[in-house]
Design a protein around this ligand. Sequence first.
Ligand SMILES: [Zn+2]
Ligand SMILES: [Zn+2]
Length: 434
Amino acid sequence: MPRPTRGSQKAAIKREEDDFDEVKASKPRQSAAAAKRKADSEPEADADSKTQASKAVKKRKGKGKGDEEAMVLAERTAVSALGKAMYIGAHVSAAGGVQNAVTNAVQIGANSFALFLKSQRKWSNPPITAEAKNGFISQCKEHHYHANEHALPHGSYLVNLAQADKDKAKQAYDSFVDDLDRCEQLGIKLYNFHPGSTGGDTKAAAIKRIATQLNKAHKATKTVITVLENMAGSGNVVGSTWEDLRDIIALVENKSRVGVCIDTCHAFAAGYDLRTPETFKKTVDSFNEIVGANYLKAFHLNDSKAPFNSNRDLHANIGTGFLGLRAFHSLMNHAEFQDKPMVLETPIDRKGADGKSVEDKQIWANEIKLLESLIDMDPETEDFRKLEKELQAKGSDERKKIQDQVDKKSKSAPKKGKAAPKMKKEATSDEGSD
Ligand SMILES: [Zn+2]
Ligand SMILES: [Zn+2]
């Protein structure tokens, strides 16, 4: 059984602490480092990161095949060699063009991957180039990725399909359909996006607007399946309950064009427990009953830095958060979840020697192997307990910190049930993002 090295996770946790400290005084959506990482992961990022990306590619190519292999951080596991067909990957960078996402996935040993199809910060983007398109298709072929099954693009954060304002709704729709069109050009079948925000309107009205936009988008495209991601937040956020997702789907005319992606961190933060085999079963059963198992298309695999039902969206490295390793053991051994993309969105930034934030993709490479190692692992063994304990120890400071914040908040403004509008809170580096 592969046993990953996990030393680098400590650095990632440290990075998260630093980020958190940086932003808690004010209320930016994300830290500078997180924003930079996001921008850098976009296919059409600014000139700066574009140059960096092409430099990196050149460096790889320039040194020949041997070095290209040397940069692989982990070999991909053959899914056929796993006890269950779990396609685990991460949300990789597409800086310099979507074709680079494929090599970035190979680098970390991913069997599935997520990517942005265009810049997340701009409304208008140049069309996909022939080079990027052909490169993506040929790279997928070369590396045996089935883009139609195991690539899961992530929608733009700018887009809110529940937007009530007519002009803004059109802008959102145009960007959304443009993404769907890009998927179809690339042979991608699944497209993940956040349902949206009510903007203060009723939930029912927002849901109706989302479904109307989806119906229109389905007619404007041919094959791509629009995959709703469950959310962590409360208040104006649409999609934090199975009922929200069910209600959107109910209004979608072409049911074959809609699905759901479960984000484990979001589910847990929204009050769906997964920590024990019993609560895991209860949550899965409730999803199947309310939404329907046939709509489940993909996963975002994230542990949670925030406690259960806190409605806070703070991704933690696998096993280090409040969910813990046992939740992921249940997930990796749930046969019904086979053959779906399972994408990590866990933190990988850490402080480099010069004090600047750097990405450590080894963290993802290790987490993929860690998750794969859980398949058919006996959770009652000493080995499992040791691993579980080690990972929990790594995340303990961070968990305590967020727990304290949540406790303080609930003291000053006791939560009155799930539907109660939430007090404005400080956003942190990852909050409300992936
Ligand atoms: Zn998230
Ligand atoms: Zn997610």
